[in-house]
Design a protein around this ligand. Structure first.
Ligand code: SAM
Ligand code: SF4
Length: 347
């Protein structure tokens, strides 16, 4: 008997079943309509979280959270104009640009993250796309981190077919490439590339057999229908991204979005819950913005189906809560680190 039907059988109060979806929570679908998604967003909060919990428990141990660590291997000086990003050369953010890090230095940082309990090492470069001459270094880094027994993830911007092929050969586990927002809102945030450019890279990555990590940002002045549009674009891809990072905008000084007010934390939790329902086998990550979230908001995110976080005190160029705070919170909640390669959607 499913959790939903157990609930129905024992539901003496006669409360209607919360589901607005056409199928049982936890079923994989790629045909979501905007109306259905907006109906999920509009559910009473308790019903939404209940449905997200059913979906989550169908595929995951609800008391495990996957820990990733993120390192900036090439910081600043990026030619793109993403309106949220401190690393764009188009804005005066006071950030000093640096060159691609040497292999040994990256490996030394990865070793520290492993010792701190991280199972995935994510590395980001502030590039529109990598130059072919950088690919030997990038591939050596992937191989070195893999040899330590950690999952590897890179985020390097757009990729050509040849570059994707090289990363696949090096054994890269995940490639991150966020769609950031809905197709309709995209050009309010970024003008130097299109939404379709993003989808094209994601498709190349998928076809090469690399796991996809793709999500977006909330709190950039978008409407709830844009959040629905963003999740629809992700869930209706040929395969759900294996990892779905949901960022809360960190307003960075000097960027066009520096004055954006914080979104209501409960709207953030709703976005997590809807993502969990729509992509039930994926890791849903609370990515940027945890530094500004209360422990209670983070707890609601876990209840709504988030099961991945970035650990460590730095997130590319932004602050992150740090290992001591995270262990204390996870300890209070009885949440344990998820072992590597546990995601049921992983290739
Ligand atoms: N240049 C590569 C690219 O854009 O794909 C990789 C690095 S980029 C910094 C990684 C992601 O971090 C972005 O796609 C965005 O979703 C997120 N991000 C960057 N700045 C942020 C901010 N201020 N607040 C929230 N999320 C942010
Ligand atoms: Fe460049 Fe990535 Fe920042 Fe956009 S998000 S400006 S592509 S580093």
């Amino acid at each position: 008997m499913s959790l939903q039907s157990e609930f129905d059988a024992e539901n003496k109060a006669g409360t209607p079943a919360p589901s607005t979806a056409r199928t049982d929570p936890g079923t994989l679908r790629h045909d979501w309509t905007r109306e259905e998604i907006e109906a999920l967003f509009a559910l009473p909060f308790n019903d939404l979280v209940f449905e997200a919990q059913i979906a989550h428990r169908r595929w995951f141990n609800p008391n495990q959270v996957q820990m990733s660590t993120l390192l900036s291997i090439k910081t600043g000086g990026c030619p793109e104009d993403c309106g949220y990003c401190a690393q764009s050369a188009k804005f005066d953010t006071g950030l000093k640009a640096s060159k691609l890090m040497e292999v040994e230095k990256v490996l030394a940082e990865a070793r520290k993250a492993k010792e701190a309990g991280s199972s995935r090492y994510c590395m980001g470069a502030a590039w529109r796309e990598p130059k072919d001459r950088d690919m030997d270094t990038i591939c050596a880094i992937v191989q070195g981190v893999k040899e330590m027994g950690m999952e590897t993830c890179m985020t390097l911007g757009m990729l050509s077919g040849q570059q994707v092929h090289r990363l696949a050969q090096a054994g890269l586990d995940y490639y991150n490439h966020n769609i950031d927002t809905s197709e309709e809102y995209y050009d309010k945030i970024i003008s130097t590339r299109t939404f379709q450019d993003r989808l094209d890279t994601l498709e190349r990555v998928r076809q090469a057999g690399i796991n996809v990590c793709s999500g977006g940002i909330v709190g950039m002045g978008e409407e709830q229908s844009d959040r629905a549009g963003m999740l629809m674009a992700l869930a209706n891809l040929e395969e759900h991204p294996q990892s779905v990072p949901i960022n809360m905008l960190i307003p960075m000084e000097g960027t066009p979005l520096e004055g954006e007010g914080q979104i209501d934390p409960l709207d953030f939790v709703r976005t997590i819950a809807v993502a969990r329902i729509m992509m039930p086998q994926s890791m849903v990550r609370i990515a940027a913005g945890r530094e500004h979230m209360s422990d209670e908001t983070q707890t609601l995110c876990f209840l709504a189906g988030a099961n991945s976080i970035f650990t460590g005190d730095k997130l590319l160029t932004a602050k992150n809560p740090g290992d001591a705070h995270d262990s204390k919170l996870l300890g209070k909640l009885g949440i344990e680190p998820m072992p590597a390669h546990t995601c049921p959607a992983e290739k």
